[in-house]
Design a protein around this ligand. Sequence first.
Ligand SMILES: [Zn+2]
Length: 127
Amino acid sequence: MSTATAKKKQSGRAVRPLKIRKDDLVEVIAGKDRGKRGKVIRTIPRENRVVVDGVNQVIRHQKPRPASRATPQTQTGRIVKLAPLHVSKVMLVCPRCNQRTRIAISFTPDGKRVRTCKKCKEYIDSV
Ligand SMILES: [Zn+2]
C-alpha cells in the first residue's frame, strides 16, 4: 500500500506554491490581529496557511503527561503558541516601498523568475 502517493492528490486539486514565503514580512489585513506586521516563520502550501511571528497567538493549557517519543515533554501549563492563518488574511510588505502589496511574477533579463511589487515594480526577491 502506498499511502504517501495517495496523499499528494488529495481531493484532486493541485497544491500551488504560495506567493508568500518563509522570512517574508507580512501585514495582517483581517481578524483580531489586523494591522500587525510580522515575519513568516512557516508556510503550509497544502492548506494555504502561514505562521506569522507574533500573530494569531493562542494559549494552550498543556497538562502534564508522561513524555513519549512521539510527544516529548517540553512544557506544561499555559503555553503561548502561534496558530497558522490563511494566506488571504495577510499581504506581503514590499521591502522596497514598505507598503503592503500584491505580487506579480516577472523575469529578469537573464530569465530568472522573481516576484515583483505591483506598486513600485521593484523586485522583491534578490536577483
Ligand atoms: Zn514596492
